[in-house]
Design a protein around this ligand. Structure first.
Ligand SMILES: NC(=O)C1=CN([C@@H]2O[C@H](COP(=O)(O)OP(=O)(O)OC[C@H]3O[C@@H](n4cnc5c(N)ncnc54)[C@H](O)[C@@H]3O)[C@@H](O)[C@H]2O)C=CC1
Ligand SMILES: O=C(O)C(=O)COP(=O)(O)O
Length: 387
């Protein structure tokens, strides 16, 4: 029996995939698996028995990835599962920034008891006039699951789209419309675009990527959209750029004390992935990843260990070894198993940076003693007996 704990509400359609071999626990300490959305995990004490964390979503900056890897805890995310939800809200953000829709709606609310509201609206509306998206230049920084969708959709609205991503994946490049202009230097986006939207992960080298120097290069009246993470933008600097008339609107999905209620800021409460479709997609993918890992040892969409897939085990035994990426370590596994008279029938070893994963199918079951010997090897983080 496996126990799982949810640090945030996770869509039922996903949790329903857990069979009778799984039980939900309210105690983090009892869990072998954790499901999470945006809950902050950096200061959490991680239980000894924890094997896997699945982030039902894309961004993993709320999870201590290296600390987890050192404890042999595999962290997953759900690439692309909420990308359409974010894409659609980005367009809502662009429209809110170019037409005074909120001002107009507020005017109607203020005039709800005015019996001349119909006639007065025709006079009042000029105060809420705006601009169209068609014909404008949109710069997309980060062409991953969300950026590609935003870029492609914008071409269909008649926008001229510039895309920048020095690390674009082959898959994303395949999906990108040929009408998106390939930009090699982000400065070209700054100087050319009327709308700039950022879709990169929050990492040490993307923090405050949009800063004073970047704003200085932008066109007067630019609209900046941030549906990725607040720390990607120097928000004190963008408030100054708004005051100076450089930035017309800053649309952000991440409320904080810097931007909430400030002039020129349109702030939504982290709603990008809050659609039933995205929540369902993320939950289903996250639960499938956890099940495949706990039941078969397969790793799909991990962000701290390499991916590895050997299907379901058809042999007598299977063990998984989470270890450091060290020379000679696989030979040591083989020696210990050989000395224990256990034949390896199939194995996969994959590495990712400093970490590695070995999945071994065995002709007979391992004893506790053998597991102990493997676990005691220098560089081994965890040994799991799967079958
Ligand atoms: N507002 C919300 O509710 C949501 C926000 N997000 C945020 O959006 C981010 C992106 O999500 P996805 O597109 O699904 O991720 P993704 O991993 O598919 O795409 C990220 C892209 O950024 C690129 N990139 C990395 N560093 C870059 C740099 N310095 N310059 C340009 N490109 C760079 C990568 O090559 C990759 O193609 C997530 O990390 C998360 O922080 C994601 C989902 C929902
Ligand atoms: O997937 C992401 O990176 C998100 O920001 C979505 O966060 P959420 O799952 O809505 O708390």
């Amino acid at each position: 029996m496996y126990q799982y704990h949810c640090l945030n509400p996770i869509a039922e359609v996903g949790l329903d995939l857990f069979t009778e071999d799984y039980q939900k626990t309210e105690e983090l300490n009892d869990a072998q698996a954790v499901l999470v959305r945006s809950a902050a995990m950096h200061d959490l004490e991680l239980p000894e028995g924890l094997e896997a964390i699945a982030r039902a979503g894309a961004g993993v900056n709320n999870i201590p990835l290296e600390k987890c890897a050192d404890k042999g805890i595999v962290v997953f995310n759900t690439p692309g599962a909420n990308a359409n939800g974010v894409k659609e809200l980005v367009f809502a953000g662009m429209l809110l920034a170019s037409r005074d829709i909120v001002g107009g709606i507020d005017w109607v609310l203020e005039n709800k008891d005015n019996e001349n509201v119909k006639k007065d609206a025709e006079k009042a509306k000029k105060a809420f006039a705006g601009n169209e998206l068609a014909g404008k230049k949109l710069g997309v920084i980060g062409l991953g699951a969300i950026g590609v969708r935003v870029a492609n959709a914008a071409t269909h609205l008649g926008m001229e789209v510039y895309g920048y991503d020095p690390f674009i994946s082959v898959n994303a490049a395949w999906n990108l419309s040929r009408n998106v202009k390939h930009i090699n230097s982000v400065e070209e986006i700054y100087s050319a675009c009327d709308f700039i939207t950022i879709h990169v992960p929050l990492l040490d080298d993307t923090k405050k990527m949009l800063n004073k120097e970047a704003f200085a290069q932008m066109k007067d009246g630019v609209v900046v959209l941030n549906f990725a993470r607040d720390l990607l933008v120097d928000e004190e600097a963008i408030l100054t750029a708004i005051e100076e008339g450089k930035v017309k609107k800053y649309v952000t999905d991440f409320p904080n004390t810097i931007t909430a209620g400030k002039k020129g800021c349109i702030v939504t409460p982290h709603l990008g992935a809050s659609t039933q479709e995205s929540e369902d997609n993320c939950a289903v993918m996250a639960v499938k990843e956890i099940k495949d890992y706990l039941e078969n040892g397969n790793i799909r969409n991990s962000v701290n260990f390499p991916n590895c897939n050997m299907g379901a085990c058809t042999q007598a035994g299977r063990i998984a070894i989470l270890h450091k990426n060290k020379k000679g370590i696989i030979g040591k596994f083989s020696n210990i198993l050989g000395d224990g008279d256990i034949n390896i029938t199939d194995m996969t070893n994959k590495s990712r940076g400093d970490y590695a994963y070995s999945l071994l199918d065995l002709e007979s079951n391992v004893t506790e003693e053998i597991v102990g010997q493997l676990a005691a090897l220098d560089g081994v983080l965890k040994v799991r007996v799967i079958k």
